[in-house]
Write a protein that binds this ligand. Structure first.
Ligand SMILES: NC(=O)c1ccc[n+]([C@@H]2O[C@H](COP(=O)([O-])OP(=O)(O)OC[C@H]3O[C@@H](n4cnc5c(N)ncnc54)[C@H](OP(=O)(O)O)[C@@H]3O)[C@@H](O)[C@H]2O)c1
Length: 326
């Protein structure tokens, strides 16, 4: 039997609830501590999911010697501060995407992980979901030939609230770091780093970007068109065009993946597991810790560095600036 790990949640907001629900089903995860800026919030979160302890201060929680792993679920504007807090107290960290606001911050986090010899991983959950693993398997199909184009979206109709993290620049607002990061991640995983980047943004009344279309080109002649927006109906498609075929899928649903080659059309099914799929990243963190690793071999810190450097270039092209971070 592998070790049982004491998990703490830092920031008890919306995604923390989805994560905690799935963490609860893992036999080697102990729901240990819920830390919020507000005791009532920590208490209601802890009682909803069964955490043993509550903290009304993140700083007090990281002093608790029983905490093994902290899941950071604050706005991305605070990921640097909260990751450093945990790493400097030798707590393993699973930190939500976007990993930080820019590459400078990501590098500080990576350095803190190395200096403290302590595990750090971006919570890019889709990397560990069975659907994406299946896609990575399918693209090796030689009948398809080379991948020539990635088209990918992530849109939803978001409520306009200037104080919310979607629209407040002080909280890292904008569709790119919130949802556009998924299409960018897909293109990075499938085509690597681009050689040329163009971006066309639309801005909201707070000055935050609320829709963006990104054009990427690659050394091998491939291209990508990526789109994210808080201003149109829900869409989460990925279309991959190869020399001799296509793959199409909805990123998050459990619908089959469509694979088309010159000789056949197939619907590829996969075992999605019981939940939305947050449990897979949590299982992976514990597997890494079982092996005394300080970073994931599946989602190494170099991937998070590359991802953020592409996002930095897109922001530069689009004129997206975060006043307290750039
Ligand atoms: N992986 C995914 O599928 C997914 C989905 C949605 C979001 N996310 C990511 O998760 C992070 C949190 O998103 P969310 O939608 O859960 O946000 P949220 O509902 O606003 O929750 C964020 C939490 O962070 C804490 N916090 C600390 N400082 C804060 C500040 N200055 N302002 C506001 N909140 C602060 C608060 O918790 P306390 O009051 O309890 O301290 C708050 O509830 C973001 O980085 C986002 O990109 C990931």
């Amino acid at each position: 039997m592998n070790k049982k790990y004491n998990w703490a949640i830092l920031g008890c907001g919306k995604i923390a609830k989805k994560f905690a629900l799935e963490l609860k089903g893992l036999p080697n995860a102990n729901l240990y501590a819920a830390a919020s800026r507000n005791l009532d919030n920590a208490t209601s979160f802890a009682s909803e999911f069964g955490f043993e302890k509550t903290y009304d201060s993140y700083k007090e929680m990281v002093k608790d010697p029983s905490v093994d792993i902290v899941y950071i679920a604050t706005p991305h504007s605070h990921h640097l501060e909260h990751s450093l807090l945990c790493l400097n107290h030798k707590k393993a960290v699973l930190c939500e995407k976007a990993f930080a606001i820019n590459s400078k911050e990501v590098l500080q986090m990576v350095n803190a992980s190395k200096e403290n010899n302590t595990f750090l991983m971006e919570a890019f959950w889709v990397r560990f979901r069975p659907k994406f693993k299946k896609v990575l398997e399918l693209i090796k199909n030689e009948d398809l030939g080379k991948l020539k184009m990635v088209k990918s979206d992530f849109n939803f109709l978001g409520e306009y609230n200037p104080e919310s993290r979607l629209y407040n620049l002080n909280l890292g607002a904008g569709s790119l770091l919130d949802i556009g990061i998924y299409p960018v991640f897909t293109s990075l995983m499938l085509l690597g780093k681009p050689t040329q980047i163009k971006a066309i943004p639309q801005f909201s009344p707070t000055g935050s970007e609320e829709s963006i279309t990104v054009f990427l080109s690659y050394k091998n002649g491939a291209t990508a068109i990526l789109n994210s927006s808080f201003k149109s109906d829900y869409k989460n498609n990925v279309e991959l065009s190869f020399e001799k075929g296509h793959i199409a899928y909805d990123r998050f649903s459990n619908e089959p993946i469509l694979l088309q080659t010159t000789t056949k059309n197939q619907q590829i099914t996969f075992d999605a597991g019981p939940n939305l799929g947050y449990q897979f990243e949590a299982m992976h963190v514990m597997e890494c810790l079982d092996k005394n690793l300080t970073e994931s071999p599946t989602l190494p810190l170099s991937t998070s560095i590359d991802l953020m450097s592409i996002l930095d270039t897109i922001r530069k092209e689009a004129g997206i600036v975060f006043p307290n971070h750039d």
